[in-house]
Ligand binder design. Structure first.
Ligand SMILES: O=P(O)(O)OC[C@H]1O[C@H](OP(=O)(O)OP(=O)(O)O)[C@H](O)[C@@H]1O
Ligand code: HPA
Length: 175
């Protein structure tokens, strides 16, 4: 049987929220250049849309960190699959993620990146599941706080599928 996807956040609400976040970030970084660090693969859809809504100068780099396998639970083991191409020294760095769930991935990543001497280091996530937190993470910009449900779409996958959905949905797995 096919999986069913129930819409949690419709496309128009995601788009409106990204525009709002872009405006806020542009105000907060006025007079500066912001260096966006995208956490692949999930963060890429959000990062591209967000970058288009930021009006201060933007540079960007990509990193891939994996903590989830094929399942719906974080393994707790965070692995750098692809590191950044450029150094972070003296840059105003904004990490862009699709979701903060247990917080393990971002907790680990922020610790690593802070050691690379950025001028500032902040975190922007499209989704946050505060109920699931195991590792404390300071989130500076949040799109939506969502309940403890496994979500897909807008970069988020279940077993590598559904990243391309233009909305956030909850998967009901087919048998
Ligand atoms: O707060 P946590 O419990 O650590 O979960 C959040 C992380 O899990 C997802 O990545 P994933 O490892 O699934 O990789 P992907 O982006 O390539 O799908 C997501 O993109 C975050 O990086
Ligand atoms: O709810 C989720 N969906 C997809 N990937 C994830 N990685 C952490 N939480 C999630």
């Amino acid at each position: 049987m096919e999986d069913k996807i129930r819409v949690l956040v419709p496309e128009k609400d995601v788009d409106a929220k990204i525009a709002e976040l872009g405006k806020k970030i542009s105000e907060d970084y006025a007079g500066r250049q912001v260096h966006l660090v995208c956490v692949l693969k999930g963060g890429v859809f959000f990062m591209c849309e967000l970058a288009k809504r930021i009006t201060v100068p933007v540079t960007m780099d990509f990193m891939s960190v994996s903590s989830y396998g094929a399942g719906t639970e974080s393994s707790g083991v965070v692995k750098i699959v692809k590191d950044l191409d450029q150094p972070l020294d003296g840059k105003d760095v904004l990490i862009v993620e699709d979701i903060v769930d247990s917080g393990r991935t971002l907790g680990y990543l922020m610790e690593i990146l802070r050691k690379r001497n950025p001028k500032s280091l902040h975190l922007c996530t499209l989704l946050d599941k505060p109920e699931r937190r195991v590792t404390d993470v300071k989130v500076d910009y949040t799109g939506f706080n969502i309940p403890d449900e496994f979500v897909v779409g807008y970069g988020l996958d279940y077993d590598q599928k559904y990243r391309n959905l233009p909305y956030i949905g909850i998967v009901e797995l087919g048998k």
